[in-house]
Each structure stands twice: as structure tokens, then as C-alpha cells.
Design a protein around this ligand. Structure first.
Ligand SMILES: CCCC/C=C/CC(=O)SCCNC(=O)CCNC(=O)[C@H](O)C(C)(C)COP(=O)(O)OP(=O)(O)OC[C@H]1O[C@@H](n2cnc3c(N)ncnc32)[C@H](O)[C@@H]1OP(=O)(O)O
Length: 396
């Protein structure tokens, strides 16, 4: 085994433990009942299995792995199947969880399974009464807060604990929110972030969830998703405004070239560390950035990862206006409320006149960037960089 493979093995296991939600999907709990007759607690065991299928809230991957392992131990005994390969993250995490139970007797595993399910059903009953959760569910977004008021639809990235890194689910949520906003009654749409960051870019753990088809399939699916995601910005029909409340990284920066107006707090910074991550530009920035700031300045950002302050980004034309952080929200929202009262059709038509001649080109650029990135994601440079971040060895 090479040093690289050893690091990858270590990293894969680490990511399975640190980011269990990325590793195993909920349907994996829909296990088959073995025909083997069991003693007294067989009925409890089967009831518990049925209760698991009815859980309203995803219990998280750590718990799901525990349930899986206890089920296997209770029905088949100690793990004796071959260890899955290093890239087969999901099956490897399941194997590890089962294997760690060693020679735990079947009856004990069965009892532990029943106890664990019982604790889950009681906690889900109490948490379903919590109002914030109910609100989120009603709105249908896990990591966004979407509000419509005064003619403005505000889409707020709401994962402050992870600096608003965009998870796979968030990509889909943002696409849905943009599509919904494009058809609602609002006249303008705003994207912003909750907390101290605007967005820390792509969630680097997105790539730890490797499907059965391996890294190639993951790269293919990611490229398709990215193309759709960026396509939603290219096609967005109303004025789209970024309210950049704090630092922006990666795709949080590149997509800014597709907004109509970008307001930034003076605390914001703009960083596209593609070189450090073994990546290449996306979000149409390979086209919009040279157009906005000239090829030399764009190259410094996109190839060498030069981080810009808000004032520098404004001087380069990426940002429309910078405000002192202390008055940022007040000033920006006062201005946006005034803009939102302008005639909506005129605003739409003006946007179309400004943007439509570029649309076809932007879609072609988007497709090409995604094609190149699909290759990059499978490169050693990129895998190493993601591993470094995940194992906390490197920060940007
Ligand atoms: C499928 C489509 C793909 C499209 C491709 C897009 C390309 C990009 O977007 S490239 C840019 C990717 N982003 C990064 O490389 C940023 C990585 N993050 C950092 O360097 C730092 O976290 C930070 C400089 C943003 C913030 O540092 P700070 O010291 O203030 O806070 P932390 O303790 O590091 O972060 C808190 C918490 O948030 C997690 N986190 C932050 N950013 C990301 C991220 N991009 N992906 C995953 N997780 C992230 C960080 O790990 C911390 O989590 P824990 O508290 O659980 O350790």
C-alpha cells in the first residue's frame, strides 16, 4: 500500500466518523427480516424494525450505522464478510460498525437494538413539538430561510456553524428557492448568508459520500448538479442581488458574476482558492471575471487564489458598493426596499436586455467548466487537498 493509499484509507474512515450524515442513506435502514426464529424478544425486535421505518426524523448516520450493526449482529452474528474497498465508503462504514461489535451475543444485540429504537421514538415525539423544527418543515428547507416581504424574496443560507458551506442538499434547496422566487410575486430576489460568513463555498465533505459506481459516478453526478445549479443563476429572470454579509469563498464568489448587483460589508473578503484545492473555476467565472476585471486580475484570483478585500473587489468591479459593517444591513435593506417598488416589468425587461445576449455563451461556458471539473475532482491534487482540509491539516 502506498503512503497515498494509506492516507486515503485513514481519511475515508475519519470522514465516515466525522461526517456520518454524508455516508449512509436513510433507506439503508429498511432491512430485510431474517426468517430465523428467535426467542422471547423476537416480537419486540420486529416491532422495533417497523418503528424505525416510521421515524419522521432522520436519526443521523451515526445512529443508523449503530442500528445497522446491531441488526446484523442480532440476525447473523459476528461480522465475517470481506472488508469492502477503500473507495466504497458507505459499505466500509457499515462493515466497520458491524465488525466493532466483535462477539457480542445475538440476544444482547437484539436487546440493544430494541432499546436504541425505543430511545429514538421517544426523542422524536418530544422534538416534533419544537416550533422551529415545525417551521422549517413547513417551509421545506433544512439549510435556508426564505422570506418574502415588501416585494423582496430573501434567500438566506442558514448553516452558520459551517460558515454556510453548501452541502449537496443545499445546492438542491437553493435551486428550488431560485425557481420558486422566479415565479413568485416579488420584484427582486436577494441571496445572503446568516452568521459571520456569506458562504465558505462547496462543502468539502460532499465528496466523501461515494455512490456504488465509485468516484467516477460521484464526479459525473456532481458535474450534472453543478451545471443545473449555475444554470439557475444564468436563467434567473428578475434582478438578483447578493448581500455579502461576510467572507465569501469558492462558488460563493464565482457566482457573483451572475448577479445584477453585489453589495458587500467591509468585513467581506473574496477568495477562490482553486489552485490550493487542485480545482478549476466554475460559476462561469472563467468568462465573467476576465470580462469584469480584465484577464490579469482574474488570473490572479482564479489561478493563484489571491484573496480580495471588499474594497479591492469593488475596485475590480465584482462588487457594486461596500458599506461599513456597522450600517451594512440598514443601508442595504433601505435601498433594496426602495428598488423593489420600481415597476417590476420594466426591471425584468431591462435585465433581459442587459443579459440575454450573453445567455447562450454563459450556458456553454458553464458546460465546459463542469466538464473540466469532473476530471479535476478525480485528480490526486484535488483528493489530497480535500483530505488535508478534512483532517484539519490545512486551512485556506
Ligand atoms: C458539487 C459542486 C462543487 C462546486 C465547486 C465549488 C468549488 C468551491 O467552492 S472551492 C471552495 C471550498 N471551500 C473551502 O475550501 C473553504 C474551506 N474552509 C476553510 O478554509 C475554513 O473553514 C474557513 C476559512 C472558511 C473558516 O475558517 P474558521 O477558522 O473561521 O472556521 P472553521 O473552524 O474552519 O469552520 C467552522 C466549521 O465550518 C466547517 N467548514 C467551513 N467551511 C467548510 C467547507 N467549505 N466545507 C466543509 N466544512 C466547512 C469547518 O470544518 C468547521 O467545522 P467543525 O466545527 O465541524 O470542525
Amino acid at each position: 500500500m502506498t503512503e497515498f493509499s494509506r492516507r486515503l484509507v485513514r481519511r475515508c474512515w475519519l470522514s465516515a466518523v466525522q461526517n456520518p450524515l454524508q455516508v449512509i442513506s436513510f433507506p439503508a435502514l429498511q432491512l430485510h427480516v431474517s426468517g430465523t426464529a428467535m426467542r422471547a424478544s423476537q416480537e419486540d425486535f420486529e416491532n422495533a424494525m417497523n418503528q424505525v421505518k416510521l421515524l419522521k426524523k432522520d436519526p443521523g448516520n451515526e445512529v443508523k450505522l449503530k442500528l445497522y450493526a446491531l441488526y446484523k449482529q442480532a440476525t447473523e452474528g459476528p461480522c465475517s464478510i470481506p472488508k469492502p474497498g477503500v473507495f466504497d465508503l458507505t459499505n466500509k462504514a457499515k462493515w466497520d460498525a458491524w465488525n466493532v461489535l466483535g462477539n457480542l451475543p445475538k440476544e444482547t444485540a437484539r436487546q440493544n437494538y430494541v432499546d436504541l429504537v425505543s430511545s429514538l421514538t421517544s426523542s422524536s415525539k418530544s422534538s416534533s413539538q419544537a416550533k422551529p423544527g415545525a417551521d422549517r418543515e413547513r417551509q421545506g428547507y433544512e439549510n435556508l430561510v426564505v422570506t418574502s416581504e415588501d416585494g423582496i424574496t430573501k434567500i438566506m443560507l442558514n448553516r452558520p456553524i459551517k460558515k454556510n458551506a453548501i452541502s449537496t442538499q443545499m445546492y438542491h434547496e437553493i435551486m428550488l428557492a431560485l425557481k420558486t422566487a422566479s415565479k413568485d410575486d416579488s420584484t427582486i430576489t436577494v441571496l445572503t448568508g446568516n452568521g459571520d460568513y456569506y458562504c465558505s463555498g462547496n462543502d468539502l465533505t460532499n465528496f466523501t459520500d461515494i455512490p456504488a459506481g465509485g468516484v467516477e459516478e460521484k464526479a459525473k453526478n456532481s458535474a450534472l448538479m453543478l451545471r443545473d445549479f449555475v444554470g439557475c443563476f444564468i436563467d434567473f429572470p428578475k434582478p438578483l442581488i447578493a448581500v455579502v454579509n461576510g467572507p465569501a469563498v469558492g462558488i460563493g464568489v464565482t457566482t457573483l458574476g451572475l448577479f445584477d448587483v453585489v453589495y458587500a460589508s467591509d468585513k467581506a473578503t473574496f477568495h477562490t482558492p482553486f489552485g490550493h484545492l487542485g480545482l478549476s473555476p466554475e460559476g462561469c467565472s472563467s468568462y465573467t471575471f476576465p470580462k469584469i476585471m480584465g484577464p490579469a486580475k482574474a488570473a490572479e484570483m482564479l489561478i493563484f487564489g489571491k484573496k480580495l478585500t471588499a474594497r479591492e473587489a469593488c475596485a475590480q468591479g465584482l462588487v457594486t458598493e461596500v458599506f461599513p459593517d456597522s450600517i451594512f444591513q440598514k443601508e442595504v435593506w433601505t435601498r433594496l426596499k426602495a428598488y423593489s417598488k420600481l415597476p417590476p416589468n420594466a426591471m425584468r425587461v431591462s435585465k433581459q436586455v442587459i443579459r440575454n445576449t450573453e445567455k447562450e455563451k454563459l450556458h456553454a461556458v458553464n458546460a465546459e467548466e463542469c466538464r473540466v471539473l469532473r476530471e479535476r475532482w478525480m485528480s490526486d491534487e484535488c483528493i489530497n487537498a480535500a483530505m488535508n482540509f478534512l483532517s484539519r491539516r490545512a486551512k485556506l
